[in-house]
Design a protein around this ligand. Structure first.
Ligand code: DAH
Length: 360
């Protein structure tokens, strides 16, 4: 005969002494699983005499239910305790240093471009852009460089392919930012004050030349603009850009088809100890080309040279970056070598502005 009392106390004391979630699960299988003792006892009740069944049945069922509840409760308690232990062990220490993370840097070309833009924005210039793939009219003709003009040969131009039988003049990768002068005046008219930074292309490759490099163009057209305005503007730029109070500029007569008169500008510097210092010493460093915009250029852009005139200038951005930040080889600019970028790159948080100093 089934001894319910013995069954109950056996399992209750086993539950009492079970010290892990696993032990409780084993006990559950032993008592309540398919072949568990309580399950079997319940199944065997079918064969019992009616009166016995009525006597034992409810009690056994009651015990099965309360024992199952108790097991669930104890299991949950163990799971909670295990979770608490884990949480304690894994506590977050906010005072610990963060894990080092890789982040990128601002490329010297981008940095210097932003510096230039900041300086000229302060002088009332806005930024203009033009396409890198140009017609040869914008790149040459409109800038007073006729097809037979010798200056065209000096540009080592990349010409785009034309299909056989297509006799239109080929497009070119622009060899300078000067065509933006024409595009801007055509579209927006005069007066205007713009700078146009961007990529330019020439078939050339050595320590100071790469087939793609960066220039920016400056253009200021109005009534009564003079060479003196040009000189002041460039002086102001060099003073702000190289961050020296006294810049000495030397204007050398030169020739560009798109300006008349034309000049190349050198800046006083010293190379003492192999280190470039701007504003002192007895050396001169060529930094840009400039001049008064040629009447033919104004006419090409639909501007009347009788009423309006002004100046233009062009500089190499990469070259300015090399000079200002002491970077010896231009080719490395475009190698994407992560070590070079880390060394010469600028912090993302360090954006140039005139009030805060251009570069820290
Ligand atoms: N476009 C010239 C070059 O690439 C640079 C230049 C010289 C631009 C004189 C000008 C300028 O606007 O007036 O070599």
């Amino acid at each position: 005969m089934l001894d319910i009392g013995a069954l109950k106390s056996k399992f209750l004391s086993a539950l009492e002494t079970a010290t892990s979630e696993e032990a409780i699960e084993n006990l559950r299988v032993e008592a309540l699983g398919k072949k568990g003792e309580i399950s079997l006892a319940l199944r065997e009740m079918g064969q019992m005499a009616e009166d016995m069944r009525q006597k034992i049945g409810p009690e056994l069922n009651e015990f099965r239910k309360s024992f199952a509840d108790e097991i669930a409760r104890r299991k949950e308690a163990f799971a909670d305790a295990a979770l608490n232990l884990r949480l304690e062990a894994e506590g977050l220490d906010m005072s610990r240093p963060a894990r080092p993370r890789n982040h990128g840097t601002i490329h010297p070309v981008s940095q210097v471009t932003e510096e230039i833009v900041a300086i000229f924005a302060d002088l009332g210039y806005s930024v203009a852009e033009g396409p890198q793939l140009e017609t040869d009219w914008y790149n040459f003709d409109a800038l007073n460089m006729a097809p037979e003009h010798p200056a065209r040969q000096e540009h080592d131009t990349f010409y785009m392919h034309r299909d056989e039988g297509d006799n239109r003049p080929p497009h070119v990768l622009r060899t300078h930012t000067s065509p933006v002068q024409i595009r801007h005046m055509e579209k927006h008219g005069v007066p205007c004050r713009i700078i146009a930074p961007g990529r330019v292309y020439r078939a050339d490759y050595d320590q100071t030349h790469t087939p793609m490099f960066h220039q920016y163009e400056g253009l200021c057209i109005d009534e009564g603009v003079s060479m003196a305005n040009l000189k002041w503007t460039l002086q102001e730029f060099c003073r702000a850009f190289f961050e020296v109070e006294n810049v000495d500029l030397r204007f050398r007569a030169s020739h560009f088809p798109f300006t008349e008169p034309s000049a190349e500008v050198d800046i006083r510097c010293s190379w003492a100890g192999g280190q470039l210092k701007v504003g002192e010493g007895d050396d001169w460093l060529e930094v840009l080309g400039c001049g008064m915009v040629h009447p033919n250029v104004l006419s090409s852009a639909g501007v009347d040279p009788e009423t309006h005139q002004g100046f233009a200038f062009g500089m190499g951005i990469d070259r300015l970056a090399m000079l200002k930040y002491g970077i010896p080889d231009l080719r490395a600019f475009f190698d994407s070598d992560i070590r070079w970028l880390r060394h010469y790159g600028f912090s993302v948080l360090d954006r140039p502005d005139l009030a805060g100093g251009l570069s820290k």
